[in-house]
Design a protein around this ligand. Structure first.
Ligand code: NAD
Ligand code: DAU
Length: 337
């Protein structure tokens, strides 16, 4: 089997490539990635010489690049996207280009060569926001209500994927997952930002009151969910994936990280809130749990501890990432807050 992984040099894509080569070592993987600020070949250093792994630098919006990458491919696993909500507020255009036009370019090529499966990685954010303190959850039938340029672009890509299934018979599946965390996550996202800031004796910037809730999913649990959907999922179907650990606010997550790193709570700093900040996400993963037997391997605290250990050990990885463009982004995003 030959897989095209798009965005494999990013956080989840790289973890997926490590996972796949470990569990399905006979399969071939082509990784098509533009290497934006978020793409980092360091994430794949240990597999770069693997005989069944090939990297191709290219843009999913470029039909020529996509045609070359898709040659002989059986399965497409589509991660490539602009993924950070705050950056979509600073500059939405690239989100529409990569997330919408890029997805459509891949879909056209997938129809053209007749791939056996096109699997699209999406997000719980397409469903909007839930009331704080309620027991409501998102599921596969929840109406779309995206509220940021990022989630609107992901919603548009989901619609295109389903439309290509209905109109052109493309065999698709979609997973809409909640907030991932784990190794190789770019330190613009809350958990790696908090850990690496503390390791650098900086504070954790918490937007507003910090009472927002996310459904934290460890990246390896997510990769296992994708694996199950690829092998046992039903074509045309969507699967919601969330760990559904005990609900925690952002401040509670920050406090856990502070404790794991032996700091005190004065290292948490409240800053200006994110515009249009979604207050609560919670996924109902009953479908993938019942139909495909998926569940997270460990609880949140265990995975968080492992994640903190990884960033403590792999300091070179994030120190390198935090130099250069990151400094300019950090200044623009946090200076006046
Ligand atoms: P990331 O930002 O870490 O990585 C994205 C990767 O895509 C990078 O390697 C980047 O170079 C590549 N890329 C971007 N634009 C490209 C283009 N035009 N052509 C080729 N490559 C391009 O993202 P991530 O956190 O790993 O997220 C992966 C996918 O999962 C995204 O589709 C995202 O929307 C979705 N998702 C992420 C989360 C999360 O918590 N991180 C949760 C739900 C869904
Ligand atoms: O829910 C899935 C989504 O999770 C994915 O689709 C996105 O790609 C991914 O970026 C993530 O989006 P969030 O906006 O939820 O993640 P982020 O880590 O940016 O923020 C998590 C929460 O922490 C959110 O409520 C905002 C808050 N936050 C974030 C940052 C970066 C802070 O309080 N301070 C910060 O500095």
């Amino acid at each position: 089997m030959r897989l095209l992984v798009t965005g494999g040099a990013g956080f989840i894509g790289a973890n997926f490539i490590h996972y796949w080569l470990k569990h399905h070592s006979k399969d071939e993987i082509v990784n098509l990635d533009k290497l934006t600020y978020a793409g980092n070949l360091e994430n794949l250093r240990s597999v770069e010489k693997h005989p069944n792994y090939k990297f191709m630098k290219g843009d999913i919006c470029d039909g020529g690049d996509v045609a070359i990458a898709m040659h002989g491919v059986d399965i497409v696993v589509h991660f490539a996207a602009e993924s950070h909500v705050d950056r979509s507020i600073l500059g939405p255009a690239v989100f529409v280009m990569s997330n919408v036009v890029g997805t459509q370019t891949l879909l056209d090529a997938a129809v053209e060569i007749g791939v056996k499966r096109f699997h699209h990685i999406s997000t719980d954010e397409v469903y909007g926001t839930l009331e704080l303190g309620s027991k409501d959850t998102f599921n596969e039938n929840t109406c779309y209500d995206p509220r940021s340029p990022y989630s609107a672009s992901k919603a548009a890509s989901d619609h295109l994927v389903r439309a290509y299934h209905v109109t052109f018979g493309l065999p698709i599946t979609i997973t809409n997952c909640s907030n991932n965390f784990g190794p190789y996550q770019f330190p613009e996202k809350l958990i790696p930002l908090a850990i690496t800031n503390l390791l650098e004796e900086e504070k954790i910037p918490i937007y507003g009151e910090g009472n927002q809730v996310r459904d934290w999913l460890y990246v390896e649990d997510h990769c296992r969910a994708i694996d199950l959907v690829l092998r046992k999922g039903k074509v045309g179907e969507t699967y919601c994936v969330g760990a559904q650990h005990e609900e925690m606010t952002n401040v509670q997550v920050a406090k856990k990280i502070v404790k794991l790193l032996g700091k005190d709570e004065s290292s948490i700093e409240h800053v200006k809130d994110r515009p249009g900040h979604d207050v609560r996400y919670a996924m109902d993963s009953a479908k993938i749990r019942k139909e495909l037997g998926w569940k997270p391997k460990y609880d949140f605290d265990t995975w968080l501890e492992k994640t903190v250990e990884w960033y403590k050990k792999d300091t070179l990885w994030w120190k390198h990432v935090k130099s250069g463009e990151y400094q300019e982004y950090y200044k623009e995003q946090y200076e006046d807050r």
